[in-house]
Design a binder for this molecule. Structure first.
Ligand code: COI
Length: 379
């Protein structure tokens, strides 16, 4: 059965007003002392992932009385908050990740921004955080990237990573939804997420800890899900693994996701399987784009429960020919090894992963035709 369009995808496919029409939604307060040319050159010549930040950030505040207000692009600076601030105690927080790309002609674009806008509100609904209008989301992105255009790097694997987030900023220790929130977008000129480039990653399959469970927050992009993935990640790193694969919390048998990335399995018959969105899996923008891309090429994509035992058996028998993980930050990366207490298999690296990487990054960088209308011009 072909992929059924999700609500998120429907929202993401809505027409987006042109950048000039939304840009004034956030007022720009220029930085009086932006980073010097020397600092700028130093940071841009050695791009890590999420290490350095640009000159400005977008910022708006919500209160019950005023709604979202004080919408500005302001100098990037530390925040000062009372120790009683709710997010520090109960983790009422959501975030997003998207990128601004510089095309070969110098123009600057982003990719399916309404997917992020819609998912931010979906995550917000789960965490009792008030919604932000798509116009405000787009204004913050366009305003920030225009203000910090010099920080959009050029070239394959490089982008200005944009991190929108909302957190509970009321100072109050009672357990209830906050009456005040901050929306911020930080921008980080970034190179590849994995420093070892297009090398396959080694993945530990986690059977003791789960990142999310039925009725939990697994399909919301909230810090708590990532926090719960850190201990297993530390343990796996200590054993030499790059990432952790989480299984479903109810049966401990089917693959959920890697914590920061969705998973795909390529079968010998040419079909591709990815775990269905079961409520515990983040509905990734890259996941959605890959499904559409593959289906448009005639590939049969199956979204269904994916038993880890079947995958391991399939790797051993040759029925599974490739596995890869995907996300906005990492794009697409091959899984080269899958291990747990009772198995340790090498997964072949094949052409499908590279093909998808080339197509997606090609579209994002304006080098491959954007048949889907995913690219949005910022300037
Ligand atoms: C992304 O892929 O953008 C993510 O949010 C994953 C991770 C960096 C948190």
């Amino acid at each position: 059965m072909a992929h059924e369009t999700t609500e998120l995808e429907r929202e993401a496919d809505r027409p987006v007003p042109p950048a000039d029409a939304v840009a004034s939604g956030f007022e720009t307060l220029p930085h009086p002392h932006p980073k010097s040319e020397e600092q700028y050159a130093e940071q841009m010549s050695a791009l890590g992932f999420g290490v350095d930040f640009s000159d400005h950030m977008a910022h708006a505040t919500f209160t019950n009385e005023l709604g979202w207000h004080r919408k500005v692009i302001e100098p990037y600076a530390p925040l000062s908050f009372d120790p009683g601030t709710a997010v520090l105690h109960y983790g009422q927080e959501i975030f997003e990740g998207l990128k601004a790309y510089r095309h070969d002609d110098g123009s600057i674009w982003t990719f399916r921004p309404l997917y992020n806008a819609a998912r931010l509100n979906r995550s917000g609904a789960r965490l009792a955080i008030p919604p932000l209008s798509f116009d405000d989301f787009m204004a913050s992105i366009v305003g920030l990237v225009r203000a910090d255009q010099r920080w959009v790097p050029e070239g394959e694997g490089s982008s200005l990573y944009l991190r929108p987030f909302i957190f509970a900023s009321e100072s109050f220790l009672g357990v209830r939804a906050s009456a005040r929130y901050e929306y911020i977008v930080a921008a980080s000129p970034s190179g590849p997420y994995f420093t070892h480039g297009f090398q396959p990653i080694d993945v530990w399959v986690e059977r003791t800890y789960h990142r999310a469970g039925p009725g939990g927050m697994g399909d919301a992009k909230t810090g708590g899900n990532y926090a719960s993935s850190l201990l297993p990640k530390v343990k796996a790193h200590d054993e030499g693994f790059d990432e952790v694969m989480f299984l479903d919390a109810r049966t401990n048998t089917t693959i959920d996701e890697l914590g920061g990335m969705n998973v795909f399995v390529v079968m010998r018959d040419g079909s591709v399987i990815t775990p269905e969105l079961n409520g515990s899996i983040l509905p990734g923008c890259t996941r959605s784009s890959i499904i559409r891309l593959l289906e448009s090429e005639g590939t049969w994509v199956r979204e269904e429960p994916l038993a880890i035992d079947d995958v391991v058996r399939g790797v051993a028998s040759g029925a599974v020919t490739e596995m890869f993980a995907c996300g906005t930050a990492a794009v697409v990366t091959s899984i080269g090894r899958l291990a747990c207490d009772d198995f340790d298999v090498q997964v072949p690296v094949g052409p499908m992963t590279k093909h998808i990487y080339d197509e997606l990054t090609g579209i994002q960088l304006g080098r491959v035709e954007d048949k889907f209308g995913w690219c949005y011009r910022i300037m």
